[in-house]
Design a protein around this ligand. Structure first.
Ligand SMILES: C[S@@+](CC[C@H](N)C(=O)[O-])C[C@H]1O[C@@H](n2cnc3c(N)ncnc32)[C@H](O)[C@@H]1O
Length: 206
């Protein structure tokens, strides 16, 4: 049932919601400097694919599903991008240590079971100096907004496949083994409240 809900209802809705022009601009800004064949975690319907620079001709995607979403495959075909599917979980990436140059993770850490565990896994597979491209909605630093996020999170978790609005991902990434000087946590007019507080940018594997 959960798989059916995600495939048939959540993914099409997410494709509409996260595919709006404001989100697309954020994706484009984030991915502008991707050079090497990246590894993208939890690509969903492939909304990032049109925003990789033209020099990116191939990539790997890590997804839990046995089959990649039809929209992702269509987006890959439209820009002639070779996509290799790695089946797995963000907390256990089936790749050797230090084997990845660039890892992309957008709107995924809000719904994984343990974000810190995933960040440790990202650090494990990235080589030293490798780039982690992050775009996530996070906990608001403002008291009343956080109270609203906390109140809505139990419902959000159910309707949005585990997504939590009040995760302190900025603190999680600060305490990880990444140089976070290229990241910012800020309120973004591009995203609607209660998901308007954003963590975005490029962290470096130390
Ligand atoms: C809100 S969607 C975002 C999709 C896409 N990254 C984007 O930016 O449009 C969250 C995605 O994370 C994936 N996901 C959630 N938990 C995961 C995990 N533990 N490992 C891998 N992918 C996961 C889901 O399957 C879903 O595709």
């Amino acid at each position: 049932m959960e798989g059916w809900y995600e495939r048939r209802l959540f993914n099409p809705l997410m494709d509409l919601a996260l595919g709006q022009p404001k989100f697309q601009r954020l994706r484009e800004q984030l991915l502008a400097t991707v050079h090497d064949a990246p590894l993208e975690i939890g690509p969903g319907t492939g909304l990032n694919l049109p925003h990789y620079p033209a020099r990116v001709r191939s990539m790997r995607v890590l997804a839990r599903e046995a089959e990649l979403d039809r929209r992702l495959l269509e987006r890959a075909a439209r820009r002639d991008l070779a996509v290799a599917h790695l089946r797995g979980d963000a907390a256990r990436i089936p790749l050797p240590d230090a084997s990845v140059d660039a890892l992309v993770c957008t709107f995924v850490l809000c719904s994984v079971r343990a974000p810190r565990e995933c960040l440790r896994e990202f650090a494990r597979v990235l080589r030293s100096g490798g780039h982690l491209y992050l775009l996530e909605h996070v906990r608001s630093p403002r008291r009343i907004e956080l109270a609203v996020q906390r109140a809505l999170t139990p419902l959000q978790r159910v309707v949005a496949c585990g997504c939590e609005l009040d995760r302190d991902l900025c603190a999680d990434v600060e305490s990880s083994s990444f140089d976070t000087r290229g990241l910012m946590c800020a309120n973004s007019s591009a995203l609607p409240f209660p998901a308007s507080e954003v963590l975005a940018g490029i962290a470096l594997r130390r």
